[in-house]
Design a binder for this molecule. Structure first.
Ligand code: LLP
Length: 425
């Protein structure tokens, strides 16, 4: 599943003791496993081998240049959502021909940037956006490749902040308006109709919503292909990962490689291949979390243990600015010590920021740690660093990539002058 495990009581990432990384680079520290990244990409890529397909990694999940470079080398395309992400993938040496550009609010400048870069397609999300893309392409004397994002009206049953496929969401075009928009696009001289896209949400752990959405889309996809010669169908991302193995599998020692009953690349492919193979179109995917989520951890040091009559508080040096998922989504991240301990206690694991929302766990059974001990927040490889901020004027963490016995700093810890460099008095 991933490459973080205990060896003789110490947490390792592949062949490297995480503690040695923490000593060398300090905490808070993100540590990623190259092997896990490659493995997850190829699991999905292989499972879809019967289809003509392209896995476009969703850059927003983890956009470190070294990680983008690694995935580009493995053959990934990229799903980008801003001019900034386009800049990143180009700096990482990825092929812009394999980039799709999503998002409801692309600016004119971003559209121009992407047209000049020669991306695979824009996922268009509104009529006005379509017009702006057409106009911009005309001005640049180019044809803009596009697909239209369809909102299939499927509730993926995930957290409300990451559900995207219901009628109440801002994303995509409602099924009933899609045909008209394709007709309109077909008449635009600088628009090149290439595909159709849908994405229903994130952290979806069963195949049913994906099957439901694809089934709902199929008649439309066939019709639009016939009428407009579309060549690809993007089924979006959203494949969930295991955050809570002990609870989800009923097993405690999950890092020993326990077998888990959630959707895997194989079960996902097995459910979707029978629907997609007969189409004979190129299939695009946009997974982010599935590839990088379990490939990263956030390492933090215990500053203080504060015992009150009501609670034990473990105050650590990482905070919501480093990993916002618990505060934002009530997300669960497993918390384990870098050195295994026998004794456990119940505690709230909290950061130093002056907000009650600054927590990583409430009333959690964890190792009985003391000041100076180090902990790892697991499954922090996706939407961890990319959602980090400088709130409380806290420098953002360093990032390290481990590959076998080797490791490399892939982002320096921010220094205080970095935080002020764009400000003036
Ligand atoms: N495609 C589109 C159009 C998306 O909006 C997203 C994610 C993806 C692909 C990739 O989704 P994934 O495969 O990673 O689930 N910050 C939240 C997740 C936000 C997802 C936003 N869109 C979190 O930490 O859970």
């Amino acid at each position: 599943m991933h490459d973080f495990r205990y060896i003789r009581g110490r947490l390792y990432c592949e062949g490297v003791a995480v503690e040695s990384l923490a000593h060398q680079y300090g905490t808070p520290l993100y540590v990623y496993s190259a092997r896990t990244l490659r493995d997850h990409f190829h699991k999905l890529d292989r499972a879809l081998a019967p289809l003509d397909h392209l896995v476009c990694y969703a850059v927003k999940a983890n956009s470190n240049l070294s990680i983008l470079r690694l995935l580009a080398k493995e053959g990934a395309g990229f799903d980008i959502v801003s001019g900034g992400e386009l800049y990143r993938v180009r700096q990482a040496g990825a092929k812009t021909r394999q980039c799709i550009f999503a998002g409801v609010g692309k600016t004119r400048a971003e559209i121009e940037q992407a047209l000049r870069a020669g991306i695979l397609a824009f996922n268009v999300e509104s009529e006005e956006e379509l017009q702006i893309i057409d106009q911009t392409a005309r001005r640049l004397r180019k044809r803009a490749p596009i697909s239209i994002r369809v909102n299939p009206g499927v509730d993926a049953g995930t957290h409300k902040k990451i559900t995207t496929g219901t009628k109440a969401n801002k994303f995509g075009m409602p099924l009933r308006q899609v045909r008209r928009l394709y007709q309109k696009a077909a008449r635009m001289k600088n628009i090149d109709l290439r595909g159709i896209q849908t994405h229903i949400g994130s952290q979806i752990t069963s195949v049913a919503p994906f099957v439901h959405a694809v089934r709902k889309m199929l008649p439309l996809v066939r019709e639009m292909r016939r009428k407009h010669g579309l060549t690809f169908f993007s089924i979006g991302g959203g494949l969930g990962i295991v955050y809570r193995p002990a609870l989800e599998s009923g097993q405690r020692r999950w890092w020993a490689g326990s077998r888990l009953d959630i959707m895997t690349a194989q079960t996902y492919a097995a459910a979707l291949l029978p629907l997609l193979e007969p189409l004979g179109m190129k299939i695009l995917l946009e997974p982010g979390r599935f590839i990088s989520g379990n490939a990263g951890i956030l390492v933090t040091e215990v500053l203080y243990v504060k015992k009150t009559p009501a609670r034990n508080f473990v105050i650590v040096d990482a905070a919501m600015n480093d990993l916002i998922r618990p505060a934002f989504y009530d997300a669960y991240h497993e918390i384990v010590p870098l050195r295994k301990k026998g004794a456990m206690f119940s505690a709230d694991v909290v950061g130093p920021i002056c907000e009650s929302g600054d927590f990583f766990a409430h009333d959690r059974r964890i190792a009985r740690v003391r000041s100076g001990d180090k902990l790892a927040l697991l499954s922090a490889g996706a939407y961890g660093f990319t959602m980090a901020s400088n709130y409380n004027t806290r420098p953002r963490a360093a990032e390290v990539l481990v590959d076998g016995q080797k490791f490399r700093l892939i982002r320096r810890r921010e220094a205080l002058p970095d935080l002020l460099k764009n400000e003036m008095i």
